[in-house]
Design a protein around this ligand. Structure first.
Ligand SMILES: [Zn+2]
Length: 390
């Protein structure tokens, strides 16, 4: 009897269990994923719904050229891998996996997003129906330009539909020009995951890994070629920067538009993990730098500010204040970075496998409350049917 009583009390005192969501969580962090993607055959970007698009998206970009007397602005044309395209393909991959494990949100798809499910809370949604709130995406996809200029990157074919019997071209309609991106073309991508927890990092990681693996960023076509993570000396060109507070004393790898040689891009990525290069960078920024074993100390006016500690394909930036040390940022490089993404993708799959609808509903209500969406609205939502349309 006594035992039973104490049990009930424990239950009463226990707060309702909710999921850890980056928007609310003190465990959230900012993660920047830089990765070079390489085409492995003739491709077009997008997915099956955009196959009628026969022109490759290109931009004319201004670049600064050095001349004898100084500088002059030149222009260079490059192929665009739009952020919105990557985002759309990623989101579809996430919805597919979500629907495998959770049936209650299968009515949530592009463009009829539900504003309630785990992917809406990470990838964002705009209210279309009765909801009076929008969700801002915390996954920010930047457009990527080809390293190689479009005169090298793009090839044009005239497609000829041949009459099976006569072997002649089947009329005017049978011919049309198509543009493709060749194989061996490189796209340095950058994606920022803003205030996310591990399973949310995994949601993005699952989409990235599987969409590259299964060639889903490229449109279905007769000339279907694929895409892969570019590598150099057997290591994938991936850099993952992680910071609990969104502070990155070492800048993320970004390849500027004027770079047209893949060798330069490889160098950028290699330098990102090179302690000597990082030392040089801090020096030019006016810091004092001192080498120790596998570590550098960064000082301003003789005061120790940061320690940069290097480990096998890993860097750690530690803030030093009043003899207290705090890790501000971690950088992971190459296959190790890929391993990190793979591990997070697995965490997301486990999140889905163990998903509890009630617990998520509470999580959703909690977020709405803390965002200031009225109590009444939350109460009203509780009585709603999960399926809004058929
Ligand atoms: Zn949704």
């Amino acid at each position: 009897m006594v035992k039973k009583k104490s049990l009930t009390r424990v239950q009463e005192e226990k707060k309702p269990e909710v999921y850890d969501v980056g928007l609310e969580s003190s465990n959230s962090k900012t993660v920047i994923v830089s990765a070079v993607l390489e085409t492995t055959g003739q491709i077009r970007f997008g997915d099956g719904t955009e196959v009628n698009l026969t022109i490759t998206e290109k931009d004319l970009l201004p670049v600064l050229k050095k001349t004898d007397g100084g500088y002059k602005t030149d222009f260079i044309e490059k192929v665009v891998f739009a952020g919105s395209k990557r985002r759309g393909v990623d989101r579809r991959a996430i919805h597919l996996l979500r629907n495998r494990y959770i049936s209650s949100y299968s009515a949530c798809y592009i463009p009829n997003l539900c504003l309630k499910c785990p992917s809406c809370w990470l990838y964002g949604a705009t209210a279309m129906g009765e909801a009076d709130y929008n969700i801002k995406s915390r996954v920010l996809y930047a457009a990527a330009y080809s390293v190689e200029p479009s005169e090298i990157a793009v090839v044009s074919h005239s497609r000829n539909m041949v009459d099976e019997k006569t072997h002649a071209t089947a009329g005017e309609a049978g011919i049309h020009e198509e543009e493709f991106i060749k194989g061996g073309i490189h796209f340095p991508t950058v994606t920022v995951l803003d205030h996310v927890v591990d399973w949310e990092i995994g949601m993005f990681a699952h989409a990235l890994i599987e969409n590259v693996n299964q060639n889903k960023y490229t449109a279905a076509s007769g000339r279907q070629g694929g895409i892969k993570f570019a590598d150099a000396n057997g290591k994938k060109l991936i850099v993952v920067d992680i910071s609990p507070e969104g502070i990155f004393p070492i800048e993320t790898v970004k390849v500027s538009a004027e770079i047209t040689g893949y060798d330069k891009v490889v160098q950028y990525y290699k330098d990102a993990i090179n302690l000597d290069k990082i030392k040089e960078m801090f020096k030019t920024q006016g810091f004092g730098v001192q080498n120790k074993d596998k570590m550098i100390e960064v000082k301003k006016n003789d005061k120790l500010v940061w320690k940069i500690i290097a480990n096998e394909d890993e860097l750690s930036v530690v803030q030093v204040t009043n003899k207290k040390e705090k890790e501000l940022m971690k950088r992971i490089f190459g296959d190790k970075a890929y391993g990190y993404l793979k591990e997070k993708a697995e965490e997301f799959r486990q999140f889905l496998q163990n998903f509890k609808g009630e617990k998520w509903a509470l999580t959703h209500e909690n977020i709405l409350r803390s965002l200031g969406v009225e109590e009444k609205k939350v109460e009203a939502e509780r009585g709603e049917e999960p399926e809004e349309s058929s």
